[in-house]
Design a protein around this ligand. Sequence first.
Ligand SMILES: NC(=O)c1ccc[n+]([C@@H]2O[C@H](COP(=O)([O-])OP(=O)(O)OC[C@H]3O[C@@H](n4cnc5c(N)ncnc54)[C@H](O)[C@@H]3O)[C@@H](O)[C@H]2O)c1
Length: 260
Amino acid sequence: MRRLSGKVALITGAGNGLGAATAKLLAEEGAKVIATDIAYESVEKIVEEINKLSKESAIALKHDVSSKKEWLTVVEEGVKTFGPITVLVNNAGILATTKYDQLTYEKWQKAMDINAWGQFVGMQTVIPHMKEAGVGSIINVASIAAVNSSGGLTAYTASKGAVDAMSRAAAVELGEFNIRVNAVVPGTIQTQMLEEAFPTKEIKEASIASQPLKRMGRPIDVAHLVAYLASDESYFTSGTSQLIDGALNVDASSSAAKLT
Ligand SMILES: NC(=O)c1ccc[n+]([C@@H]2O[C@H](COP(=O)([O-])OP(=O)(O)OC[C@H]3O[C@@H](n4cnc5c(N)ncnc54)[C@H](O)[C@@H]3O)[C@@H](O)[C@H]2O)c1
């Protein structure tokens, strides 16, 4: 039996980067996967790849995480296809880079709507199905920016700080229902989002050079951590913030790399 046999996992932002790697790995480990993304064509491609290896183990759904209405629709569709959702990976997110003095209400609110509210309303929608199943693991993707940010990222940092904090609050409130909640806190991981964060090749190279491990993380590295948190191996792990940053946060000499 594979590690995630019998689990039904909903993963948001599964069309690219960390979400795509996670959707593939969780399916490989035996989970049924509901892969959602605002970019339908991207997530459809990932699901085709998954189903080629493991027939009828994933579905792709178009989904804007900031919309409660869309959450209700994708959860209903997912449950109809695979049964009660027992793993939720709140991964979808946007990078919001604006200097402090140019930050507007609209820009602030967009980051909060997608990155923070999108994850909260996801938990709120999925929890009744986890209660029905009698078990659940929620994994919310925060960021090292919630711990230690660099300039121009106030709205992003605030939204990821909210993710980190609300994950702890939810873990306390949901423990009695056998639902575990953890935050994953990545450092610099090589994805499209990171390309946006590094405007020039030089800045990117400087960031790599300043990393203790002299490399960036790969989406699969984060996916392995998510798979552990989704599995019963993490039976007693709840309310934690799991840093996965190659020691970046504890390196006092490193500064240029703390971007996302
Ligand atoms: N890459 C990094 O270094 C890094 C570091 C820390 C945290 N993170 C977090 O990891 C998560 C994944 O990031 P990534 O690097 O894979 O990014 P990415 O840009 O490669 O992928 C993000 C995915 O989210 C989707 N998305 C964007 N807005 C959406 C919305 N409103 N509704 C649904 N889907 C939406 C995009 O279409 C895309 O497929 C994000 O929450 C990000 O903040 C990334």
